[in-house]
Design a protein. Structure first.
Length: 265
């Protein structure tokens, strides 16, 4: 029961993580305009992985997709790739995990096969969670770098006595980043739970390679070839030949005649 519960809980937690990764990737609020120095503005800007949006004070919102791929920064494209890879691995892991659930019996599938599928799905969930966490962290690092560069440029313009503040938009963390971090963590935890459940699905007899059984009798031996009854105390033929006598030939009925005096040397 604990194994089944751990497997089901891992599946549910991983499903939430994969769903959160999909939602975070599709959201447009990866970076939002910082309103610390200008809380009252007629235009509010925010950006996502696929388009940038502008919301006016009247409530009208206009979004424009990124029509170019080569013009985007390399790190931005890397974040896209990481999120997509994480989503694909998470979806594949969900399909594998559905067939690996112990509470679902499909045909004559053995527990060993279910254990291997559970381990495979767990590894997929772990990699998907790491991809989501890495992608969101890289984007957050880009935001931090651009934020401090924009802040430095703004105060440098003010110190030069230009007569007015250098207006430059600064962007800070959006809600999509927090959704991506939580989703990646859930997928990672769910994958670990699936890997732990794999150990409980392995049958007990398959954990041991072989068991040897010894006969209770001291002089009884088991052979794979034709069985021949014997007392167990017969002398070795080679040793018997070395003692000075040879084995007599058999007759037609298979019996061996009594040795004669000519058989001895």
């Amino acid at each position: 029961m604990p194994t089944t519960l751990c497997q089901v809980m891992g599946f549910l937690v991983s499903s939430l993580g994969v769903g959160g990764s999909i939602m975070a990737t599709a959201m447009d609020t990866w970076s939002t305009q910082d309103l610390y120095d200008n809380p009252v503005t007629a235009v509010f800007q925010y950006q996502g992985l696929w388009r940038s949006c502008v919301r006016q004070s009247s409530g009208f919102t206009e979004c424009r997709p990124y029509f170019t791929i080569l013009g985007l920064p390399a790190m931005f494209q890397a974040v896209r790739a990481l999120m997509i890879v994480g989503i694909v691995l998470g979806i594949l892991g969900l399909f594998v995990c559905i067939f690996a659930l112990k509470c679902i019996r499909i045909g004559s599938m053995e527990d060993t096969a279910k254990a291997n599928m559970t381990l495979t799905s767990g590894i997929m969930f772990i990699v998907a969670g790491l991809c989501a966490i890495t992608g969101v962290s890289v984007f957050a690092n880009m935001l931090v770098t651009n934020f401090w560069m924009s802040t430095t440029n703004m105060y440098q313009g003010m110190g030069m006595g230009m007569g007015m503040q250098n207006v430059q938009n600064r962007y800070t963390f959006g809600s999509a980043l927090f959704v991506g971090w939580v989703a990646g963590g859930l997928a990672l935890v769910g994958g670990i739970m699936m890997c732990l459940a794999c150990k409980g699905l392995i049958p007990e007899e398959s954990r041991y390679k072989a068991v040897s059984y010894n006969a209770s009798g001291r002089n009884i031996s088991y052979r794979t070839g034709p069985y021949k009854a014997g007392s167990g105390y017969e002398a070795d033929p080679k040793a018997r030949k070395g003692m000075g006598y040879e084995e007599a030939p058999r007759s037609e009925d298979g019996r061996r005649p009594y040795p004669s005096k000519h058989d001895y040397v």
